[in-house]
Ligand binder design. Structure first.
Ligand code: SIN
Ligand code: FE2
Length: 222
């Protein structure tokens, strides 16, 4: 299969060298700075989530400890352990429900999905990834969700990272997409099962988040 054609520029912000919106392929769009104005509110809500369900390093079924620390909010949370990958209504650390999805999370996710052409997105799960320098996420597909007709909405906060956006086969070379604080990527429809990952995070210091990147990824899991 041929590589995706290079980014058509749909729209420019006035006086801004970077396009605000970049098509990454059919069903996939990068919305630059879409979350920037609400980043403070998102981070305040995140504080409350991690007080109840702190970041933890999960172990894959193969026994590998992930370099990305994770937690969740919403009715369902993504977990991995020796028995497999799944969505669970309970946080295994507390044996209680995951924290409720904060309204500012839910609203941002629905608006970003709408802006990308996916109306009425109602996520029930938000996986929260924390990358410290060196942490990476290898190429994978998000396919543990029961509802593949809903998109994935992915919000970047903190340090910049290189998002790898691949195709439908792992072997196909992914495109490198630099993501900054406030950027949102949405993929669904024909792009829903595209492979993706994150390159090892570079050292740095973000004014709000310090030496880390946090990614919120919204899904309809059930
Ligand atoms: C994910 O694939 O779950 C998150 C991707 C990211 O951190 O940008
Ligand atoms: Fe993913």
């Amino acid at each position: 299969m041929a590589a995706e054609p290079d980014t058509p520029l749909d729209l420019f912000a006035d006086g801004d060298a970077q396009p605000r919106r970049e098509t990454l392929g059919p069903g996939a769009v990068l919305l630059r700075s879409f979350a920037s104005a609400r980043a403070g509110a998102l981070l305040a809500a995140l504080e409350e989530v991690v007080q109840r369900s702190p970041f933890r390093f999960m172990t894959t079924p193969g026994g590998y400890r992930m370099s990305v620390a994770m937690t969740n909010c919403g009715a369902a949370g993504w977990v991995t352990d020796r028995s497999g990958y799944r969505y669970d209504a309970l946080d295994p650390l507390s044996a209680a429900c995951w924290p409720l999805m904060p309204p500012v999370f839910r609203e941002l996710a629905a608006q970003a999905a709408g802006a990308a052409g996916f109306a009425e997105f109602e996520p029930d799960a938000c996986l929260i990834n924390r990358y410290q320098p060196g942490a990476r996420l290898s190429l994978h597909q998000d396919k543990d969700e029961r509802d593949l007709s809903s998109p994935i909405v992915s919000v970047s906060l903190g340090l910049p990272a290189v998002f790898l956006f691949g195709a439908h086969r792992r072997a196909e070379r992914p495109r490198r997409v630099p993501l900054a604080h406030g950027d949102v990527v949405v993929w669904g429809g024909p792009a829903r099962l595209r492979f993706h990952g994150v390159q090892p995070l570079k050292e740095g210091r973000h004014p709000d988040l310090g030496a880390c990147r946090v990614n919120l990824s919204f899904r309809k899991a059930r």
